[in-house]
Design a protein around this ligand. Structure first.
Ligand SMILES: *Cc1c(COP(=O)(O)O)cnc(C)c1O
Length: 369
Protein backbone atom coordinates (compact mmCIF):
# COMPACT_ATOMS: atom_id res chain seq x y z
CA UNK A 1 0.00 0.00 0.00
CA UNK A 2 1.50 3.38 -0.93
CA UNK A 3 2.34 5.53 2.11
CA UNK A 4 0.08 8.52 2.56
CA UNK A 5 1.39 12.10 2.55
CA UNK A 6 -1.63 13.84 4.10
CA UNK A 7 -4.80 12.92 5.98
CA UNK A 8 -6.89 10.54 3.90
CA UNK A 9 -9.80 8.20 4.32
CA UNK A 10 -8.74 5.08 2.47
CA UNK A 11 -11.69 3.08 1.12
CA UNK A 12 -11.16 -0.57 0.24
CA UNK A 13 -13.65 -1.65 -2.44
CA UNK A 14 -12.59 -5.29 -2.25
CA UNK A 15 -13.47 -5.25 1.47
CA UNK A 16 -16.88 -3.85 0.49
CA UNK A 17 -17.38 -6.71 -1.98
CA UNK A 18 -16.33 -9.20 0.70
CA UNK A 19 -18.85 -7.79 3.20
CA UNK A 20 -21.61 -7.80 0.61
CA UNK A 21 -20.93 -11.45 -0.26
CA UNK A 22 -20.77 -12.38 3.43
CA UNK A 23 -24.15 -10.78 4.20
CA UNK A 24 -25.71 -12.25 1.04
CA UNK A 25 -24.50 -15.70 2.08
CA UNK A 26 -26.66 -15.47 5.23
CA UNK A 27 -29.83 -14.97 3.14
CA UNK A 28 -32.08 -17.06 0.91
CA UNK A 29 -31.05 -16.69 -2.70
CA UNK A 30 -34.29 -14.92 -3.67
CA UNK A 31 -34.23 -12.34 -0.86
CA UNK A 32 -33.67 -8.86 -2.27
CA UNK A 33 -30.77 -6.84 -0.87
CA UNK A 34 -31.21 -3.14 -0.18
CA UNK A 35 -27.96 -1.30 0.52
CA UNK A 36 -28.27 1.66 2.87
CA UNK A 37 -25.96 4.38 1.55
CA UNK A 38 -27.27 7.36 3.53
CA UNK A 39 -24.90 9.95 4.99
CA UNK A 40 -22.29 9.52 2.20
CA UNK A 41 -22.42 5.74 2.58
CA UNK A 42 -21.68 6.00 6.31
CA UNK A 43 -19.06 8.67 5.79
CA UNK A 44 -17.20 7.03 2.91
CA UNK A 45 -18.35 8.03 -0.61
CA UNK A 46 -21.93 7.33 -1.65
CA UNK A 47 -21.42 7.51 -5.43
CA UNK A 48 -18.41 5.24 -5.56
CA UNK A 49 -19.87 2.77 -3.05
CA UNK A 50 -23.27 2.66 -4.74
CA UNK A 51 -21.72 2.13 -8.19
CA UNK A 52 -19.61 -0.73 -6.84
CA UNK A 53 -22.63 -2.28 -5.09
CA UNK A 54 -24.78 -1.89 -8.20
CA UNK A 55 -22.12 -3.78 -10.17
CA UNK A 56 -22.12 -6.50 -7.48
CA UNK A 57 -25.86 -7.01 -7.92
CA UNK A 58 -27.52 -5.05 -5.11
CA UNK A 59 -31.26 -4.76 -5.82
CA UNK A 60 -32.24 -1.54 -4.07
CA UNK A 61 -30.65 1.47 -2.40
CA UNK A 62 -31.81 3.64 0.49
CA UNK A 63 -30.84 7.13 1.58
CA UNK A 64 -32.32 9.33 4.29
CA UNK A 65 -33.04 12.52 2.35
CA UNK A 66 -34.03 13.46 -1.20
CA UNK A 67 -30.79 15.38 -1.74
CA UNK A 68 -28.81 12.17 -1.19
CA UNK A 69 -30.96 10.33 -3.73
CA UNK A 70 -30.38 13.06 -6.31
CA UNK A 71 -26.61 12.65 -5.82
CA UNK A 72 -26.93 8.92 -6.56
CA UNK A 73 -28.90 9.60 -9.74
CA UNK A 74 -26.20 12.13 -10.77
CA UNK A 75 -23.66 9.34 -10.20
CA UNK A 76 -25.53 7.16 -12.68
CA UNK A 77 -27.30 4.82 -10.28
CA UNK A 78 -30.28 3.24 -12.05
CA UNK A 79 -31.58 0.81 -9.40
CA UNK A 80 -34.58 1.91 -7.32
CA UNK A 81 -33.76 4.30 -4.47
CA UNK A 82 -35.88 4.43 -1.33
CA UNK A 83 -35.82 7.75 0.53
CA UNK A 84 -36.31 6.87 4.19
CA UNK A 85 -37.13 10.28 5.59
CA UNK A 86 -38.36 12.66 2.90
CA UNK A 87 -40.07 16.01 3.47
CA UNK A 88 -42.90 17.29 1.28
CA UNK A 89 -40.93 20.37 0.22
CA UNK A 90 -38.74 18.04 -1.89
CA UNK A 91 -41.47 15.92 -3.50
CA UNK A 92 -41.20 17.62 -6.91
CA UNK A 93 -37.50 16.78 -7.05
CA UNK A 94 -38.16 13.30 -5.71
CA UNK A 95 -40.60 12.54 -8.53
CA UNK A 96 -38.42 14.14 -11.21
CA UNK A 97 -35.48 11.93 -10.15
CA UNK A 98 -37.58 8.74 -9.79
CA UNK A 99 -36.87 8.37 -6.08
CA UNK A 100 -39.28 6.32 -3.98
CA UNK A 101 -40.62 7.85 -0.78
CA UNK A 102 -41.11 6.24 2.59
CA UNK A 103 -44.62 7.30 3.60
CA UNK A 104 -44.61 7.43 7.36
CA UNK A 105 -47.57 9.55 8.54
CA UNK A 106 -51.06 10.66 7.49
CA UNK A 107 -49.67 14.12 6.70
CA UNK A 108 -46.87 12.87 4.45
CA UNK A 109 -49.32 10.50 2.71
CA UNK A 110 -51.74 13.35 1.89
CA UNK A 111 -48.85 15.54 0.73
CA UNK A 112 -47.43 12.81 -1.51
CA UNK A 113 -50.79 11.95 -3.07
CA UNK A 114 -51.18 15.65 -3.88
CA UNK A 115 -47.69 15.81 -5.45
CA UNK A 116 -48.26 12.62 -7.47
CA UNK A 117 -51.52 14.08 -8.81
CA UNK A 118 -49.85 17.38 -9.72
CA UNK A 119 -47.20 15.41 -11.64
CA UNK A 120 -49.89 13.27 -13.30
CA UNK A 121 -48.30 10.06 -12.09
CA UNK A 122 -49.77 6.57 -12.49
CA UNK A 123 -48.65 3.77 -10.19
CA UNK A 124 -45.80 5.76 -8.61
CA UNK A 125 -44.01 3.38 -6.20
CA UNK A 126 -44.31 4.25 -2.53
CA UNK A 127 -43.21 2.42 0.63
CA UNK A 128 -45.39 2.47 3.72
CA UNK A 129 -43.47 2.64 6.98
CA UNK A 130 -44.98 1.11 10.11
CA UNK A 131 -43.93 1.77 13.67
CA UNK A 132 -43.79 -1.54 15.52
CA UNK A 133 -41.98 -0.35 18.63
CA UNK A 134 -39.09 1.96 17.77
CA UNK A 135 -41.45 4.91 18.18
CA UNK A 136 -39.58 7.06 15.72
CA UNK A 137 -41.36 7.17 12.33
CA UNK A 138 -44.28 5.26 10.93
CA UNK A 139 -47.97 4.50 10.95
CA UNK A 140 -49.43 2.52 13.81
CA UNK A 141 -50.73 -1.01 13.58
CA UNK A 142 -54.31 0.35 13.60
CA UNK A 143 -53.80 2.74 10.69
CA UNK A 144 -54.17 0.12 7.93
CA UNK A 145 -57.87 0.99 7.36
CA UNK A 146 -57.05 4.70 7.20
CA UNK A 147 -54.28 4.15 4.63
CA UNK A 148 -56.62 2.02 2.53
CA UNK A 149 -59.27 4.74 2.58
CA UNK A 150 -56.72 7.25 1.36
CA UNK A 151 -55.26 5.18 -1.48
CA UNK A 152 -58.25 3.12 -2.61
CA UNK A 153 -59.14 4.09 -6.16
CA UNK A 154 -56.15 6.47 -6.34
CA UNK A 155 -54.14 5.12 -9.23
CA UNK A 156 -51.42 7.78 -8.96
CA UNK A 157 -49.55 5.56 -6.49
CA UNK A 158 -48.77 1.89 -6.06
CA UNK A 159 -47.52 0.44 -2.76
CA UNK A 160 -44.22 -1.22 -3.64
CA UNK A 161 -43.47 -2.32 -0.11
CA UNK A 162 -44.39 -2.05 3.53
CA UNK A 163 -41.65 -2.00 6.11
CA UNK A 164 -40.67 -1.45 9.71
CA UNK A 165 -37.45 -0.97 11.68
CA UNK A 166 -36.19 -2.87 14.73
CA UNK A 167 -35.27 -1.07 17.93
CA UNK A 168 -32.67 -3.48 19.33
CA UNK A 169 -31.82 -6.14 16.76
CA UNK A 170 -28.18 -6.23 17.95
CA UNK A 171 -29.14 -6.89 21.58
CA UNK A 172 -29.95 -10.51 22.39
CA UNK A 173 -31.21 -9.46 25.83
CA UNK A 174 -34.01 -7.75 23.92
CA UNK A 175 -34.86 -10.80 21.84
CA UNK A 176 -38.43 -10.97 23.16
CA UNK A 177 -39.03 -7.32 22.21
CA UNK A 178 -37.65 -7.88 18.71
CA UNK A 179 -39.83 -10.96 18.26
CA UNK A 180 -42.84 -8.91 19.34
CA UNK A 181 -41.96 -6.28 16.73
CA UNK A 182 -41.66 -8.98 14.06
CA UNK A 183 -45.00 -10.55 15.07
CA UNK A 184 -46.65 -7.14 14.95
CA UNK A 185 -45.22 -6.50 11.48
CA UNK A 186 -46.43 -9.91 10.37
CA UNK A 187 -50.00 -9.09 11.43
CA UNK A 188 -49.86 -5.70 9.70
CA UNK A 189 -48.53 -7.32 6.52
CA UNK A 190 -51.32 -9.87 6.36
CA UNK A 191 -54.11 -7.36 6.92
CA UNK A 192 -52.48 -4.92 4.50
CA UNK A 193 -52.26 -7.38 1.62
CA UNK A 194 -55.74 -8.74 2.30
CA UNK A 195 -57.27 -5.27 1.90
CA UNK A 196 -54.97 -3.88 -0.79
CA UNK A 197 -55.67 -6.59 -3.34
CA UNK A 198 -52.11 -6.87 -4.72
CA UNK A 199 -48.92 -8.17 -3.10
CA UNK A 200 -46.25 -5.86 -1.69
CA UNK A 201 -42.68 -6.52 -0.61
CA UNK A 202 -42.09 -6.73 3.14
CA UNK A 203 -38.87 -5.83 4.95
CA UNK A 204 -37.85 -5.27 8.56
CA UNK A 205 -34.22 -6.41 9.01
CA UNK A 206 -31.15 -4.17 9.26
CA UNK A 207 -27.62 -5.62 9.51
CA UNK A 208 -27.98 -7.03 13.03
CA UNK A 209 -31.42 -8.30 12.08
CA UNK A 210 -29.84 -10.30 9.23
CA UNK A 211 -27.38 -11.80 11.69
CA UNK A 212 -29.76 -12.49 14.59
CA UNK A 213 -33.23 -12.92 13.05
CA UNK A 214 -32.77 -14.35 9.54
CA UNK A 215 -36.17 -16.05 9.80
CA UNK A 216 -37.70 -12.56 9.41
CA UNK A 217 -35.98 -11.71 6.12
CA UNK A 218 -39.29 -11.61 4.19
CA UNK A 219 -38.73 -10.30 0.63
CA UNK A 220 -35.87 -7.89 1.27
CA UNK A 221 -33.34 -6.80 3.91
CA UNK A 222 -31.77 -3.37 4.47
CA UNK A 223 -28.11 -3.37 5.36
CA UNK A 224 -25.84 -0.45 6.14
CA UNK A 225 -23.16 -0.94 8.78
CA UNK A 226 -22.43 -4.55 7.77
CA UNK A 227 -21.42 -3.45 4.29
CA UNK A 228 -18.95 -1.05 5.88
CA UNK A 229 -17.46 -3.79 8.02
CA UNK A 230 -19.22 -3.86 11.39
CA UNK A 231 -21.89 -6.16 12.76
CA UNK A 232 -22.41 -4.95 16.34
CA UNK A 233 -21.01 -8.33 17.41
CA UNK A 234 -17.36 -9.34 17.85
CA UNK A 235 -17.83 -12.78 16.27
CA UNK A 236 -19.41 -11.23 13.17
CA UNK A 237 -16.90 -8.38 13.10
CA UNK A 238 -14.14 -10.95 12.76
CA UNK A 239 -15.73 -12.16 9.52
CA UNK A 240 -16.33 -8.69 8.09
CA UNK A 241 -13.64 -6.27 6.90
CA UNK A 242 -13.69 -2.56 7.78
CA UNK A 243 -13.82 -0.75 4.44
CA UNK A 244 -12.29 2.53 5.63
CA UNK A 245 -9.01 3.46 7.29
CA UNK A 246 -8.35 6.99 8.49
CA UNK A 247 -4.68 7.68 7.91
CA UNK A 248 -2.56 10.72 8.52
CA UNK A 249 1.09 11.80 8.80
CA UNK A 250 3.35 13.32 11.43
CA UNK A 251 3.69 17.04 10.65
CA UNK A 252 6.11 17.94 13.42
CA UNK A 253 7.84 16.36 16.40
CA UNK A 254 8.46 18.25 19.66
CA UNK A 255 10.52 17.51 22.76
CA UNK A 256 8.56 18.56 25.82
CA UNK A 257 10.45 19.29 29.06
CA UNK A 258 8.99 18.32 32.45
CA UNK A 259 6.16 20.65 33.56
CA UNK A 260 5.68 22.15 30.11
CA UNK A 261 2.11 22.11 28.81
CA UNK A 262 0.72 20.99 25.44
CA UNK A 263 -2.09 22.57 23.46
CA UNK A 264 -5.02 24.90 24.08
CA UNK A 265 -6.00 25.73 27.64
CA UNK A 266 -2.70 24.11 28.67
CA UNK A 267 -4.86 21.01 29.15
CA UNK A 268 -1.89 18.60 29.28
CA UNK A 269 0.98 19.13 31.68
CA UNK A 270 3.93 16.88 31.04
CA UNK A 271 5.03 15.06 34.22
CA UNK A 272 8.42 14.30 32.65
CA UNK A 273 10.42 14.55 29.46
CA UNK A 274 8.17 13.61 26.52
CA UNK A 275 8.18 13.49 22.75
CA UNK A 276 5.01 14.57 20.96
CA UNK A 277 3.87 14.51 17.37
CA UNK A 278 1.43 16.94 15.80
CA UNK A 279 -0.99 15.51 13.23
CA UNK A 280 -2.94 17.37 10.51
CA UNK A 281 -6.34 16.22 11.74
CA UNK A 282 -8.79 17.81 14.15
CA UNK A 283 -12.36 18.23 15.25
CA UNK A 284 -13.24 19.83 11.91
CA UNK A 285 -12.29 16.51 10.32
CA UNK A 286 -14.58 14.56 12.61
CA UNK A 287 -12.30 13.60 15.48
CA UNK A 288 -14.08 15.54 18.21
CA UNK A 289 -12.76 16.99 21.45
CA UNK A 290 -14.19 14.03 23.38
CA UNK A 291 -11.33 11.92 21.94
CA UNK A 292 -8.70 14.19 23.51
CA UNK A 293 -6.96 14.24 26.86
CA UNK A 294 -5.85 10.62 26.85
CA UNK A 295 -9.20 9.07 25.91
CA UNK A 296 -8.15 7.73 22.50
CA UNK A 297 -4.95 6.39 21.03
CA UNK A 298 -3.74 6.09 17.44
CA UNK A 299 -1.38 3.61 15.82
CA UNK A 300 2.19 4.71 15.01
CA UNK A 301 4.21 1.89 13.42
CA UNK A 302 2.18 -0.68 15.37
CA UNK A 303 2.58 1.12 18.72
CA UNK A 304 -0.21 2.92 20.50
CA UNK A 305 0.18 6.66 20.97
CA UNK A 306 -2.44 8.46 23.08
CA UNK A 307 -3.94 11.81 22.07
CA UNK A 308 -2.80 14.34 24.65
CA UNK A 309 -4.36 17.70 25.49
CA UNK A 310 -7.37 19.16 23.73
CA UNK A 311 -8.15 18.23 20.14
CA UNK A 312 -7.83 21.40 18.02
CA UNK A 313 -9.81 22.25 14.90
CA UNK A 314 -7.07 21.13 12.49
CA UNK A 315 -4.53 19.40 14.73
CA UNK A 316 -4.07 16.68 17.27
CA UNK A 317 -1.03 16.08 19.46
CA UNK A 318 -0.04 12.56 20.39
CA UNK A 319 2.50 11.16 22.81
CA UNK A 320 5.17 9.26 20.86
CA UNK A 321 7.68 8.95 23.69
CA UNK A 322 9.71 5.78 23.06
CA UNK A 323 8.22 5.14 19.61
CA UNK A 324 10.86 5.37 16.84
CA UNK A 325 9.34 7.61 14.15
CA UNK A 326 10.02 10.73 12.13
CA UNK A 327 8.27 13.70 10.63
CA UNK A 328 6.42 12.52 7.50
CA UNK A 329 5.74 9.03 8.87
CA UNK A 330 2.31 7.52 8.48
CA UNK A 331 -0.14 7.25 11.39
CA UNK A 332 -3.25 5.06 11.44
CA UNK A 333 -6.04 6.77 13.37
CA UNK A 334 -8.45 3.87 12.92
CA UNK A 335 -8.81 1.00 10.46
CA UNK A 336 -7.44 -2.46 11.17
CA UNK A 337 -6.27 -1.60 14.73
CA UNK A 338 -7.72 0.19 16.46
CA UNK A 339 -10.85 -0.45 14.42
CA UNK A 340 -13.62 2.13 14.19
CA UNK A 341 -15.70 0.35 16.83
CA UNK A 342 -12.80 0.34 19.32
CA UNK A 343 -11.85 3.93 18.51
CA UNK A 344 -15.46 5.10 18.88
CA UNK A 345 -15.71 3.36 22.25
CA UNK A 346 -12.83 5.52 23.58
CA UNK A 347 -15.26 8.42 23.47
CA UNK A 348 -18.33 6.45 24.51
CA UNK A 349 -19.85 6.36 21.05
CA UNK A 350 -20.37 3.81 18.25
CA UNK A 351 -18.83 3.12 14.85
CA UNK A 352 -21.90 4.60 13.09
CA UNK A 353 -21.30 8.03 14.62
CA UNK A 354 -17.53 8.02 14.17
CA UNK A 355 -17.74 6.95 10.50
CA UNK A 356 -20.53 9.32 9.45
CA UNK A 357 -18.77 12.18 11.24
CA UNK A 358 -15.57 12.09 9.14
CA UNK A 359 -15.98 15.43 7.42
CA UNK A 360 -15.99 16.10 3.71
CA UNK A 361 -12.68 17.97 4.16
CA UNK A 362 -10.84 14.64 4.41
CA UNK A 363 -9.70 13.38 1.03
CA UNK A 364 -11.18 10.01 0.03
CA UNK A 365 -8.93 7.58 -1.80
CA UNK A 366 -9.87 4.17 -3.15
CA UNK A 367 -7.91 0.93 -3.16
CA UNK A 368 -8.60 -2.49 -4.74
CA UNK A 369 -11.00 -0.88 -7.19
C1 LIG B 1 -30.02 3.32 8.73
C2 LIG B 1 -31.13 2.35 8.55
C3 LIG B 1 -30.85 1.01 8.22
C4 LIG B 1 -29.46 0.40 8.22
O1 LIG B 1 -29.15 -0.07 9.51
P1 LIG B 1 -27.74 -0.84 9.79
O2 LIG B 1 -27.80 -1.13 11.24
O3 LIG B 1 -26.68 0.15 9.45
O4 LIG B 1 -27.72 -2.03 8.92
C5 LIG B 1 -31.92 0.19 7.91
N1 LIG B 1 -33.20 0.65 7.96
C6 LIG B 1 -33.49 1.92 8.32
C7 LIG B 1 -34.92 2.36 8.37
C8 LIG B 1 -32.48 2.82 8.64
O5 LIG B 1 -32.77 4.06 9.00
Amino acid sequence: MPKVKETVLEIDLEALAHNYRFLRSRLHSNTLFLAVVKAFAYGSDASKIARKLESLGVDYFAVAYVKEGVALREAGITKPILVLHPQAVNFDTLIERCLEPSIYSPKILREFLEAARRHKQKGYPIHIKFNTGLNRLGFGENDVAYIMEQIRGRNEVKVASIFSHLAASEDLNEKAYTKKQIACFDTIGKSFDATLGYPTYKHILNTSGIINFPEAQYDMVRSGIGLYGFGNDTAIDSQLRPIVSLKTVISQIHKIAPWETVGYNRAFTSPNQKVTATLPLGHADGIGRHYGNGKAYVNVHGKYAPIIGNVCMDMIMIDITGIPCQEGDEVLVFGAAPNAETFAAFAGTISYELLTGISQRVKRIFIND
